[in-house]
Design a protein around this ligand. Structure first.
Ligand code: LHQ
Length: 263
């Protein structure tokens, strides 16, 4: 794939996307959105890919929208930011939530604004100890977007989400892990290796089953217990028909390692 603002590589069943505008802390431009959308589509349509890993180049993960980008910066006339959300940020967040494989985010440095909320849209978030998360929107008069007002209260509860969004206070990685905002914080030097090892491991697991788990977790927020029990029944019916379920049970019964194919 020919890209300028991201790197895209596939190896061992893992598609890795590296946001690659390090001088601007990998902030989003229209071009980066376009290339990111293409890369996620490539991962979705490549049969060999069973896990997606997203990280950033340089000292930042992603500083949200590039505030100097002409498509969104206020000139004479007030820009309509709805268009930017409708055309770029919302499809990005939906494409990650709907991707039928695990999405891991390795937050290598500061994650601010839409950069933080991009991380929270992923299924498992690891962060370097030196990384931090900032709901920067309030500092420039904006509303948290990219699903942040949905994901953050669910991750940390309403009291913490409200204070973080109204103050823009920086949350260091260790505190983010303590609060349940992310899966874990790891030493800076260990982040890339640990995230890649996890991604490679997940790429050998029953991908179809993992995708059904993603669906159950997504729908639980709006379901009653009865609805969720019905959903679990329906998803288990699908999971029970996969080749990997047969393989998992057979491997267990015969005391051997399973060889899952992802279907
Ligand atoms: C940047 C940025 C940046 C451009 C660092 N843009 N250059 C959606 C719809 C439409 C419009 C608006 O937005 C949205 C969603 C959003 O994401 S809104 C929130 C946008 N993001 C922010 O407000 C965060 C702005 N950045 C910061 O507050 C700081 O840069 C953080 C706290 C992230 C990091 O601080 P430092 O570690 O001190 O780094 P720095 O500020 O020195 O930045 C390094 C360079 O990166 C610097 O460039 P320079 O040429 O001076 O070295 C910054 O200008 C540039 N940069 N963020 N968002």
């Amino acid at each position: 794939m020919n890209t300028e603002t991201i790197l895209y590589e596939v190896a061992d069943g893992v598609a890795k996307i590296t946001l690659n505008r390090p001088d601007k802390l990998n902030s989003f431009t229209v071009q980066m959105h376009g290339e990111l959308a293409e890369a996620i589509k490539a991962a979705r349509t490549d049969e060999s890919v069973r896990c997606l890993l997203i990280t950033g180049a340089g000292r930042g993960f992603c500083a949200g929208q590039d505030l100097g980008d002409r498509a969104v910066s206020p000139g004479g006339e007030a820009p309509d930011l709805a268009e930017s959300l409708e055309k770029r940020y919302n499809p990005l967040i939906r494409s990650i939530a709907d991707l039928e494989m695990p999405v891991i985010c390795a937050v290598n440095g500061v994650a601010a604004g839409a950069g933080a909320n991009l991380a929270f849209a992923c299924d498992i978030v690891l962060a370097a100890r030196s990384a931090s998360f900032i709901q920067a929107f309030c500092k420039i008069g904006l509303v948290p977007d990219s699903g942040g007002t949905w994901s953050l209260p669910r991750l940390v509860g309403p009291a913490r989400a409200a204070a973080l969004m109204l103050t823009g206070e920086k949350v260091p990685a260790d505190k983010a892990a303590d609060w349940g905002m992310i899966w874990k914080a790891v030493d800076d030097e260990a982040l890339a290796e640990e995230a890649e090892a996890l991604a490679k491991h997940l790429a050998t697991q029953p991908t179809a089953g993992l995708a059904l788990i993603k669906r159950a977790l997504k729908e639980t927020w709006t379901n009653t217990l009865d609805q969720q029990l019905n959903l679990e029944r329906d998803l288990q019916s699908l999971a029970g028909r996969t080749r990997d379920y047969q393989e998992g049970v057979d491997a267990f019964m015969n005391k051997r390692q399973p060889a899952f194919v992802g279907k």
